[in-house]
Design a protein around this ligand. Structure first.
Ligand code: AKB
Length: 315
């Protein structure tokens, strides 16, 4: 039997997909889903579920002891756009939930941690194209500052206390089954919903804003494969660059038009434009490829086909 797994933030965009995939791989009883509130009855009833506030150390510790958890995936966080509106809470949630699991690992109560970082760790002074693993990092958003600090703490807990923590800098993630919550890259999900329901979309980023993105299937595969890799292969203990596809709103709209010829897009950039402008356009993920064999599968064309196929059954 596989080590018992706890997912904190299981009802979110990544958590939902990750829970499903881990359960299909390791069995439903090996994977304990948790979130600050109950998700849909269908999700909650698909396996063990606990209400856990990631900020409450005792709640996290109690669930870990109850189920004899070995691996924790900490997916609870406030994303870039929401964090700008509530900086104090974003800092509290994004940092203290991480300290709780790092300290539980330091105390020997869990064996392995997955913690997501983001392309938001980069800032306006970072080289934009093919952004290297090691480069200037001066994030200008609350979210980016919290992820950059988190990376430093992960590396510190690994180096000083031997904590086995693994991390990926996710690009914008695109999925059909659970909507994203409060990110700058969310337009690349909304656009598919609106294309099918209204035949048009008003984009909050300008037409040539190129950002690194990834289809959820690839992101889940990356997450599971970094966690499955032998310890000695994980040479970077801050967080790995990870790349999938890069595109602009204009390019994704053109791809959608191949399936929905009448689709139209307009551009009304808001406060999220400034966040997007501070991030890379494309990412160099050669360390992830070399250290633990990462390779993305979906491109803009195959992702668009899959998104529209799945969503047209529901929208
Ligand atoms: C966001 O837009 O905030 C996230 C991210 C890139 O981490 N999707």
């Amino acid at each position: 039997m596989h080590a018992k797994i706890l997912i904190i933030g299981a009802c979110g965009q990544i958590g939902t997909e990750l829970t499903k995939k881990l359960r299909s791989q390791y069995g439903k009883d090996a994977v304990i889903a948790s979130d600050v509130r109950k998700g849909s009855p269908e999700f909650v009833n698909s396996g063990p579920f606990e209400v856990v506030n990631a900020l409450d150390f005792n709640q996290v510790e109690t669930v870990i002891e109850k189920y004899q958890i070995e691996d924790v995936y900490l997916m609870a966080a406030l994303l870039s756009a929401t964090a700008e509106k509530n900086p104090a809470f974003a800092w509290d949630l994004n940092m203290n939930s991480l300290f709780h699991v790092l300290n539980l690992a330091k105390a020997g109560k869990i064996k392995k941690i997955f913690w997501p970082s983001s392309i938001a760790v980069f800032g306006p002074t970072t080289p934009k194209d093919n952004t290297p693993q090691y480069t200037v990092m001066e994030p200008s958003t609350v979210y980016g500052i919290s992820k950059q600090s988190g990376e430093r703490w992960c590396e510190y807990y690994h180096n000083i206390f031997g904590v086995d923590v693994r991390s990926i800098r996710y690009p914008g993630l695109i999925s059909w089954s659970t909507p994203p919550g409060g990110g700058t890259t969310d337009y690349a999900v909304d656009i598919y919903y609106k294309a099918l329901s209204d035949g048009k979309y008003e984009c909050f980023l300008s037409e040539n804003t190129e950002l690194p993105m990834m289809y959820m299937d690839d992101a889940i595969r990356a997450t599971m494969s970094i966690m499955d890799a032998p310890k000695e292969n994980i040479k970077i203990r801050s967080s790995y660059n990870l790349a999938g596809i890069s595109f602009t709103p204009k390019e994704i709209a053109a791809e959608i038009k191949k399936h929905i010829p009448d689709f139209s897009i307009s551009y009304v950039p808001d406060f999220r434009q400034k966040i997007a402008d501070s991030w890379p356009s494309s990412i160099d993920d050669s360390y992830a490829r070399k250290d633990w064999g990462w390779k993305h599968e979906f491109d803009l064309e195959s992702m668009t086909k899959d998104m529209l196929e799945h969503l047209s059954e529901n929208v």
